[in-house]
Design a protein around this ligand. Structure first.
Ligand SMILES: Cc1cc2nc3c(=O)[nH]c(=O)nc-3n(C[C@H](O)[C@H](O)[C@H](O)COP(=O)(O)OP(=O)(O)OC[C@H]3O[C@@H](n4cnc5c(N)ncnc54)[C@H](O)[C@@H]3O)c2cc1C
Ligand SMILES: NC(=O)c1ccc[n+]([C@@H]2O[C@H](COP(=O)([O-])OP(=O)(O)OC[C@H]3O[C@@H](n4cnc5c(N)ncnc54)[C@H](O)[C@@H]3O)[C@@H](O)[C@H]2O)c1
Length: 448
């Protein structure tokens, strides 16, 4: 039976677009179902506007440092509306670029929310049905609000990108990627930030020492860090908000409370039950290592699955899958052992491979750790308290590098090249044999 398309992609975010383009590149007839702005979370309310805000905060910091060094720089408060205009123009250009690429690849964009009605058919919210040999679910996720009284009174990361001024006082709830990044941006742009963190540290899953140094840097920058403090309620105080901690004490008032307490997959009303696509306890679509769901012919990638929730991971998974389905490539599985990631904090934190704790768990006493704490030249010249910490985790007599954790200026840019080398199995000796670039922060990696 002839279907309308070879592939229907549900969701035009990082994974969906990558899958659609790659499948079309292999000659497949593709329909992309996306009711909202092209680019999904990453382009519209994630990586891209977040990085823009991070850059604004860094520029502000540099202007302040310039003043210390003798530049005639006057007050440098950011005019948010002006900056947001630049940010949105940048994002508009990405949308336009996607549109041109979709047209060039003859991918049909259907601007509709859809649900599955059988293993080969989706129904759009205007009642039109579309069929294909294969379906890719790439519907991503959304910010999760904790189940506490008053949670609806608080903002989540999507709302942050609608703000047109820095709140004077803000409470950020959470200690993960989003909380750390947005707290850092807000503090750098002039807000007084209180971070309310349920656990006893920031960035669970990242190397403990490096996360502790970041916590210290944040405190030095003026962030009030409340560790081990669950948030149990939020209430209105006129236009402002108050927050109740785990001991029942109220804090505030804050101009904004920002919840950054994790994300959940977008599977509601997707018709998964109708076609036998199983989900796990947290609602993620279950897939095998080849991104096949429990319904033959239906696949899933990205944040809607329980994979690592990063844009490049969604893209890599989608491309591999399409190479497998339409390009004749035998293996669709993806190696997620050594995924490099950066938290855009101030300073940024880059990480790949095993933390010291994870390495010790896996390799016992055969783990060798090298670290260096230092102040980059600009921080030292301006006498700021921010400190960097680089840490290398090696195993075995040959000191094979299994983890690299960089907190410091330019860590976001330094890590990528080392990630290639670490994937290739380098040793400490390989690093030491590499002549350093001086004077840089990066040279610290080869001098450990
Ligand atoms: C604040 C923030 C900052 C981030 N920063 C980074 C970063 O710096 N680096 C990084 O690598 N990752 C970052 N991420 C994570 C990254 O954004 C996600 O991992 C990535 O966007 C996941 O891509 P995806 O394709 O799975 O889903 P998404 O990008 O979320 O796309 C899903 C799309 O599906 C559509 N959709 C949903 N339901 C339906 C339906 N029924 N029918 C049709 N369409 C539907 C949605 O409208 C959406 O456009 C960040 C996330 C957040 C929230
Ligand atoms: N730079 C990047 O690459 C980047 C940036 C942002 C997000 N992301 C991706 O998006 C994912 C989601 O980020 P996130 O920060 O939303 O989630 P997260 O899982 O990283 O952090 C969630 C935080 O909320 C806390 N929390 C959960 N429930 C809570 C509650 N009831 N009360 C108080 N605290 C609570 C957790 O302890 C944790 O600290 C990340 O895992 C990451 O993969 C990546």
């Amino acid at each position: 039976m002839q279907r309308d398309y070879d592939l229907i992609v549900i969701g035009g975010g990082s994974g969906g677009l990558a899958g659609a383009f790659r499948a079309a590149g292999h000659g497949a007839r593709v329909a992309l179902m996306e009711p909202a702005a092209l680019g999904g979370t990453c382009v519209n309310v994630g990586c891209v506007p977040k990085k823009a805000m991070w850059l604004a905060a860094e520029v502000g910091r540099r202007i302040g440092m310039g003043r210390v060094l003798g530049f005639d720089a006057t007050a440098c408060a950011l005019d948010w509306p002006t900056f947001v205009t630049h940010r949105e123009r940048y994002i508009h250009n990405i949308h336009e670029s996607y549109r041109r690429r979709l047209d060039a690849a003859a991918i049909v964009h259907v601007p509709r929310r859809v649900r599955l009605v059988d293993p080969r058919t989706v129904e759009c919210d205007d009642g039109v049905s579309v069929s294909a040999e294969r379906i890719l679910i790439a519907t991503g996720g959304h910010a999760l609000r904790p189940d506490i009284p008053g949670a609806d009174l608080a903002a989540v990361s999507d709302d942050f990108f609608d703000w047109r001024q820095a709140p004077e006082r803000v409470a950020v709830v959470g200690g993960g990627y989003v909380a750390v990044e947005l707290a850092g941006v807000l503090q750098s742009l002039g807000s007084q930030v209180d971070m309310w963190v349920r656990g006893d540290r920031l960035l669970h899953g990242f190397d403990e020492d490096v996360a502790a140094q970041l916590a210290d840097d944040y405190c030095q920058a003026g962030i009030r860090l409340h560790l081990g403090s669950g948030t149990t309620a939020i209430e209105a105080d006129g236009e402002r908000r108050r927050l109740r901690d785990g001991r029942g004490e109220w804090h505030g008032p804050y101009d904004q409370v920002l919840l950054a307490t994790g994300r959940a997959p977008n599977t509601r009303d997707l018709g998964l039950d109708a076609v036998g696509v199983d989900t796990d306890a947290r609602g993620h679509v279950r897939v095998d290592e080849r991104h096949q769901t429990t319904c033959p012919g239906i696949h899933a990638v990205g944040d809607v699955t329980a994979s690592v929730a990063l844009t490049p991971v969604a893209i890599a998974a989608a491309r591999r899958l399409m190479d497998h389905l339409f390009g004749g490539r035998a293996d669709a599985s993806l190696d997620l052992e050594q995924v490099a990631t950066v938290v855009f904090s101030h300073p940024p934190l880059g990480s790949i491979g095993l933390t010291e704790a994870a390495a010790r768990e896996r390799h016992g006493d055969d783990v060798h750790v090298y670290s260096t704490g230092f102040r980059p030249m600009l921080e030292a010249l301006t006498d700021t308290p921010q400190r960097s910490l680089f840490k290398l985790v090696c195993v075995g007599e040959e000191r094979r590098v299994v983890g690299l954790h960089l907190l410091g200026e330019s860590a976001d840019e330094i890590l990528q090249g080392f990630a290639v080398a670490i994937r290739k199995g380098i040793t400490l000796q390989d690093l030491n044999d590499t002549i350093a670039i001086h004077p840089t922060s990066a040279e610290e990696v080869v001098l450990m």
